[in-house]
Design a protein. Structure first.
Length: 129
């Protein structure tokens, strides 16, 4: 479902390294399919790759999701998530993981992110056409 995206702000984790990253818009379903292979995905994803319901998230992650949902309701800009490529050549979601996964859970099918310029070739299949 196409939805109007919320406002985004620069991710503070990239401060001083902005030139090493590029802004992209990615297909959330494609990113989730790849991220399922991450060692860190178990907190947010069920074994079949679906995002866990809010009540099934670990407490710390549940709090983060609820904070993102609250920011959406208030119209507060969200930080732009940062993606990378993991050691198993899968997508890794770094800073802003809670933003990316909450938006995905709420049905956003494309999400703006930052990715390392050095990995642009690997991100081609995840970008919107």
């Amino acid at each position: 479902m196409a939805q109007t995206l919320p406002s985004f702000i620069a991710n503070p984790s990239l401060a001083g390294r902005e030139a090493q990253y590029v802004a992209l818009t990615v297909k959330s379903s494609a990113v989730l399919k790849s991220w399922k292979l991450s060692l860190f995905s178990y907190e947010w994803l069920l074994p079949d790759g679906q995002i866990r319901p809010v009540d099934d998230l670990p407490l710390k992650e549940r709090e983060k999701r609820l904070q993102v949902e609250d920011a959406l309701k208030r119209g507060t800009p969200l930080i732009t998530p940062v993606l990378g490529i993991g050691i198993m050549d899968n997508i890794e979601i770094g800073s802003g993981r809670d933003v990316f996964l909450t938006l995905s859970a709420l049905g956003y099918d494309h999400i703006p992110v930052y990715a390392p310029k050095s990995c642009l070739k690997e991100f081609k299949s995840f970008q919107l056409s």
